[in-house]
Design a protein around this ligand. Sequence first.
Ligand code: HPA
Ligand SMILES: [Zn+2]
Length: 328
Amino acid sequence: MTDTTAPLGRLPFCELHVHIEGTLEPATIFELAAAKDIRLPYADEAELAALYDFSDLQSFLDLYYANMQVLQTEDDFEALGAAYLRRAGAAGVVHAEMFVDPQAHSVRGIPESVVLAGLHRAIAAVGAETGITASIIVCVLRDQPVDSAERMLDRVLESGFAIEGIGLDSAEVGYPPSLFRSVFERARAAGLHAVAHAGEEGPASYVWEALDVLGVERVDHGNRALDDAALVARLAADRIPLTLCPLSNVRLRVIPSIAEFPLRRMLDTGILVTINSDDPAYFGGYLDDNLRALRGAFDLGGDVLGLLARNSVEASFLAPARKHALLG
Ligand code: HPA
Ligand SMILES: [Zn+2]
């Protein structure tokens, strides 16, 4: 019998694909709404939870953006970030690179500086408490105009807050990465790392564009890369990591069930794959829950878990000395 109770064990994992707004738990949505006198369109948590039955990425995004209305102040973003970091740290995550969607907040009148100040307070507070480290990757909403992304980047850079990188997320099909060439060029010139969601619902050609037009160093999801042998060879040869998200793939119907998650195929190609939670409050679990689901489905041995932990460290943007210390 495989022991599925302690999936992270003592292995040091980095989480590289988690949307901080996707850690907003139903109970917190109701608490924040009550505190602010916001009328939610659901009577209680059970009615909200019943909506977490998604048919595709867009059906999830509609709820994800609607629920963000309860996030308004620096304190709200601090509490959101702190709750995630405590939860992740308790499961054994030693470092997290957290996505945030500034345009989803600025459109509601909440400046980038408020969002970033709250998240930085959370990183400092929980870091001091537990030793976990974290950084922030600001994501461009690819279904919004390029001009909106340019202004978001301007304001993030002007804010002076430390930012690890730029990413690309939201509705994928119909919004190829190449639309955002100029934004990514400026971000990389400003010293930011670059990543992008590609090949979750969109085709392998979007993964090529993310690499060759945006210059990304990691691809988020990237499942559809398996459709293209030349792309697989490129990802493996250049050691471009994929940040895979098993429970997300099941809940957004990218795959029919966890048993179809292409972990073995991915590992066999030699691509540097990592396991992540994406939007844990929406998709049924945090990083440890994702690993537990994989262990339940695939009878993974300690060797594979060890490899996934090492890959997560290698794929992170941590300084070489810290990587070395974590890799032992
Ligand atoms: O899984 C996702 N895909 C694209 N955009 C997102 N924004 C939050 N989660 C996701
Ligand atoms: Zn994602």
